[in-house]
Write a protein that binds this ligand. Sequence first.
Ligand SMILES: Nc1ncnc2c1ncn2[C@@H]1O[C@H](COP(=O)(O)OP(=O)(O)OP(=O)(O)O)[C@@H](O)[C@H]1O
Ligand SMILES: [Mg+2]
Length: 259
Amino acid sequence: MNDDYAISIENVGKTYRSRDGREHPVLKGLDFRVRPGEFVSIVGQSGSGKTTLLKTISGLQEPTEGRILVKGRPISEGVEDIAMVFQAPVLLPWRNNLDNVLLPLEFRGTRNEQSRDYARELLEMVGLGDKAKRYSYELSGGMQQRVAICRALVSRPDLLLMDEPFGALDAMTRDSMNFEIQRIWRTTGCSVLFVTHSISEAVWLGDRVVVVGDKPGRIVADVTIDLPRPRDTTHRFSPEFSGYVTEIEAHIGVTAGIS
Ligand SMILES: Nc1ncnc2c1ncn2[C@@H]1O[C@H](COP(=O)(O)OP(=O)(O)OP(=O)(O)O)[C@@H](O)[C@H]1O
Ligand SMILES: [Mg+2]
């Protein structure tokens, strides 16, 4: 049954049309499902259509073929259960961090005392409880991205879409954000679709890693990561972990024509 899934991507295709009228197929025949509470990583070559896929799932744009169901309902009926985190945090500099987190609820007209408490709770959860009244320019890049994650979580989404959320961070901050996101995911129980260029990040975080091939974007592999949870740094040095990384590298290499 479709409504057993957090999201069903059914034979989805997306074609962009350029100004000269030419068609550019970017996604073709994508078909996969995400179970409630599942963490699915997505990797693939630059330009393979990963951002296009997330934008299409979030309802920012429509698929040209196929359909997307959220808990069995077409996304066209409303996408309130979905939130997205982009590579850049894009916080409003004239609002303090708490007010940035509350922004989506203001747009919906549902901001109230309870939501304020919840926003504070989220900031506590990501270690920024003392920064609620500070402004984004007073925070490091990693801290700003944590505020952006709180902003996505404040509407209690069932599905969190993340498009290279840690791409702009240095390696050490990125490692600690990996732990952070694992903890947030386990605490909130939401399903996550997580796009990354880092194969080891994808394996370490994911229940599955979906590999998107390019021209046009399609799924070339869907690898179940059978590593125990919660995961810590020791898992990164296990032979099983290296095996998954090598397997996924091979899938990406094949699609890029590097055998
Ligand atoms: N609005 C648009 N109009 C036309 N073409 C687009 C549009 N958005 C993306 N594309 C094209 O679609 C293809 C896929 O782009 P997309 O941004 O989804 O790739 P990606 O996998 O996210 O890449 P990256 O890893 O570099 O972020 C690219 O060839 C891009 O030029
Ligand atoms: Mg992208």
